[in-house]
Design a protein around this ligand. Structure first.
Ligand code: GAL
Length: 811
């Protein structure tokens, strides 16, 4: 088959369809935003001649973006990415796509938008280089108009991606066009890229003033009179305010128009009710609408206070945050809104109200969902300035690119109501030398020139004033400190009058479902500390929260400190989820981190429930460990609970007494000689039962249980469903140490795009139709394959164990 031809046809149809839909409503009214992800050709290696129209790409693979070639590769300890990047391959690769455009696009302004390409991308259209972009996390766009062909004549877009120079990161980056790509067509008179800047002020119960700055672009060779109408719509699309302006814009230029209007009785955005308005800005040429541009709007105000910490809409609010890296576990760096939504849902359920975008700009989907789901965001620019952390990291591009990258980052994200802090860097080396002063001031000034409504912060490690030059610059509005929680108590005197946040804390280590006893002491890694953690032969770390890196502490110790310090705006835990790379404390084959509250597959570790008991209103009563041990073995039973005065523990119906947390304690514990059967906890408030939880000794494995996180998905090629697989006895009890190999078969409207079990040292591929269970569980990720057929997933394993099935509807 001629791949080339089929791509050309598919591409043509996709664009033409979108065009028709857009035209069907009102001619010219809207810009056309076409999904440009489908049907690319890809090949690993370097192919400079692929920019030419007659290049033969017959042996290239056909795929849909977003795509990450690293996650498809095999783990190898000799890969130059090393353990920081999960021992996965990097290298160079090329993408190429053939497409045609309707004849009447000739007079339009056509651009291509990339949300992120890792890294050193260079984009070519019909043989012309549009530019290159070293930073793999920055969103960027190119105007294509002058190089395009229309009608039946084809266009070739080629993208070179060079992720060869390694090591270039302290965590997994992925390789390729790993975020979404769009083609955008508008009239020559239109709202410029990231062309609105919306802020609110004077917020009371009765009103909110909304300032709307709009950059209007005129790509025509003559000046233009125009009208600009910005309408604010509420959640139900009902108009609540409007601003109208007239202007005259010279040929080939951008004009900024300042509008303002007022919303009466505004509904405020907060983390529990993230109410969003929408601003629809229309550009008129005479009486014709030539462009429509939407900007999200959340009306909220917030304050950082040196004594009282953070408040949102006047309400004291502790920032209960987690740091996240950008990977989506088994999907690698591939961005998919459904993967992000699942992640944020799991964190929301835990009581998290804030996300720190470690340590780089995250995707548009992530930003949008934080607005919609109610998270306070610390948006972070970078992990390095001029001084390197690893040989080939961003320091190499700093001089040439930091200004543009920082500006683009702020412009892209400044309309998100969720964003409440700009971090100009994480643990930057320049904090230790005097060059840090000038750079901090320069970066803060760049940020302020584009947004003055959020504080500029930086995640610092050094709290000795004389040694910290970023602090000495005086340019930070908010001091972020990473770790050293025992020093916080001195901060109000040491940093008098300063606003302070624990920008990164904890770095404790855990493996889901693995338990080492006794649990009487906190141990630190590496071994140079008093009660060392030397590691386990199977590269596990106990899931009791009692092992931490020496620069951090346990989850409980950190939260005990933050909880009682009102001046501290809040904390961002390192990390919400395990991520690929940085598998401290272990060497190969360990390849993903141990720091997550939730494992890489998205299965919560036990400490998740400590946070839930403290950070959410839900009734929590969680018991650990599991209940399959040796007769008589002394077991440390822990319980996280809330909303109750005490918890009674019963073993096979016999009470082992009641306990309550004393003082600052965040869990209660018993030592119980093991006896098979049922361990039950009952929490009571004023004598009344609040909650009961039981764990049972599992018998013989008889069945595989499959639970999907959705009952139906869309037939759109993107939607995902996550299926949790567990091995159970006849009564539905989890076999807590099972490691059976499970084989999957999927039929209907989905394909398997990832498998994982959360074990940090597994070398099984993430792209497979099989996976071993780890501590009884694994997860399969299915993605719509665009077929309108209901999905069935079957899971089988060796032995006398009945298969598991689950059905998912396709809409
Ligand atoms: C911090 C750093 C993070 C991560 C973490 C691991 O110092 O900011 O990126 O490396 O340590 O504990």
């Amino acid at each position: 088959m001629n791949l080339h031809k089929s791509v050309l046809q598919k591409g043509t149809i996709a664009i033409a369809l979108l065009f028709l839909v857009a035209c069907a409503s009102t001619k010219k009214e809207s810009r056309i935003i076409a999904d440009f992800n489908p049907d690319w050709n890809f090949k690993l290696g370097d192919y400079p001649t692929a920019i030419q129209a007659n290049f033969d790409a017959n042996d290239w693979r056909t795929l849909d973006l977003p795509h990450d070639w690293s996650i498809e590769g095999a783990f190898n300890k000799d890969n130059p990415t090393k353990q920081a990047q999960a021992f996965l391959p990097a290298g160079k690769g090329w993408y190429r796509k053939t497409f045609t455009l309707p004849e009447d696009w000739k007079n339009k302004n056509v651009s291509i938008e990339f949300d992120g390409v890792f890294k050193n991308s260079e984009v070519f259209i019909n043989g012309h280089s549009l530019g290159m972009r070293p930073n793999g996390y920055i969103s960027f766009a190119y105007e294509l108009s002058q190089y395009l062909n229309f009608g039946t004549q084809k266009n070739i877009i080629a993208v070179k991606v060079d992720n060869d120079a390694q090591p270039n990161s302290r965590w997994y980056t992925g390789s390729g066009i790993y975020r979404n790509v769009r083609l955008v067509a508008s009239e020559k008179l239109h709202v410029a890229k990231w062309g609105t800047y919306v802020t609110t002020r004077g917020i009371t119960k009765d009103k909110a003033i909304v300032d709307i700055d709009v950059d209007v672009k005129n790509g025509l060779g003559t000046n233009k009179l125009f009208k600009l109408v910005s309408t604010i719509l509420d959640k139900n699309n009902v108009e609540v305010a409007k601003a109208i302006s007239d202007g005259n814009i010279p040929a080939n230029s951008i004009l900024q128009v300042k509008q303002n209007t007022k919303i009466e009785n505004p509904i405020l955005w907060d983390t529990e009710n993230p109410y969003l308005y929408k601003i629809v800005t229309k550009v008129y040429d005479g009486s014709t609408v030539v462009d429509t541009y939407e900007t999200p709007l959340g009306v909220r105000y917030f304050n950082f206070d040196a004594e009282k910490g953070f408040s949102l809409n006047g309400k004291p609010t502790k920032i209960l945050g987690v740091c996240l890296h950008h990977d989506n576990g088994a999907l690698g760096a591939v961005e998919n809104i459904h993967a992000v939504k699942r992640k944020l849902k799991i964190l929301k359920e835990m009581g998290t109200n804030a996300i720190r975008m470690s340590h780089n700009p995250h995707s548009l989907e992530m930003m949008k969902l934080c607005d919609e789901m109610g998270f306070i965001v610390q948006d972070e620019f970078t992990d390095v300035w001029k001084k390197k952390k690893v040989t080939n990291d961003y320091h190499k591009d700093w001089d040439a690119w930091h200004k543009q990258d920082l500006e683009d980052f702020i412009k892209r994200d400044r309309n998100h109501p969720s964003v409440m802090m700009w971090s100009i860097g994480n643990e930057i080396r320049e904090q230790f030398d005097s060059t840090g002063i000038a750079i901090t001031r320069e970066l803060a000034q760049i940020v302020k020139s584009l947004d003055t409504t959020r504080p500029v912060t930086s995640a610092l490690t050094e709290n000795v004033i004389e040694k910290n030059f970023i602090y000495q610059s005086g340019a930070l509005d908010l001091l972020g400190f990473n770790y050293k929680h025992e020093d916080y108590k001195d901060f109000p005197t040491k940093f008098k009058g300063q606003k302070i946040l624990a920008s990164e804390s904890v770095s404790a280590l855990e493996t889901r479902g693995h338990y080492d006893m006794p649990t009487d002491s906190i141990r630190m890694w590496p071994t140079k500390h008093n009660a060392p953690f030397d590691g386990n032969a199977d590269l596990t770390v106990t899931a009791y929260d009692n092992i931490a890196s020496y620069w951090g502490t346990t989850h409980e110790e950190n939260w005990k400190t933050i909880k009682k310090q009102d001046f501290m705006a809040g904390t961002f835990i390192w990390t919400g989820f395990d991520y690929l790379g940085e598998p401290d404390p272990y060497p190969y084959p360990a390849r993903s981190s141990y720091f997550g509250i939730v494992d890489l597959a998205g299965l919560p570790k036990d400490v998740y429930y400590m946070y839930q008991s403290e950070w959410s209103d839900k009734d929590v009563l969680h018991l650990l460990p599991h209940w399959n041990w040796k007769q008589g073995q002394m077991i440390d039973v822990w319980s996280y609970y809330n909303n109750a005065d005490e918890v009674e523990l019963l073993l096979n119906g016999k009470s082992l007494g009641s306990k309550a947390k004393k003082g600052e304690e965040l869990h209660i514990a018993w030592k119980v000689p093991f006896e098979a059967g049922t361990l039950k906890a009952i929490s009571r408030k004023e004598g009344k039962i609040v909650k009961e939880t039981e764990i049972h000794t599992a018998g013989e494995a008889v069945k595989i249980d499959l639970k999907s996180d959705k009952t139906s998905i869309k037939n759109d090629g993107y939607d995902l469903v996550y299926v949790t697989v567990s091995l159970q006895d006849k009564d539905g009890n989890l076999l807590p140490k099972a490691d059976n190999l499970i084989n999957f078969k999927v039929s209907g409207g989905a394909k398997i795009v990832g498998v994982d079990n959360g074990y940090q040292a597994s070398l099984e591929p993430f792209k497979a139709d099989y996976r071993k269970l780890y501590n009884g569980k694994c997860v399969v990720i299915l993605q719509s394959n665009k077929k309108a057929e209901n999905i069935t997933l079957e899971a089988t394993t060796a032995g006398n164990i009945s298969l598991g099935t689950v059905s998912i509807k396709v809409e």
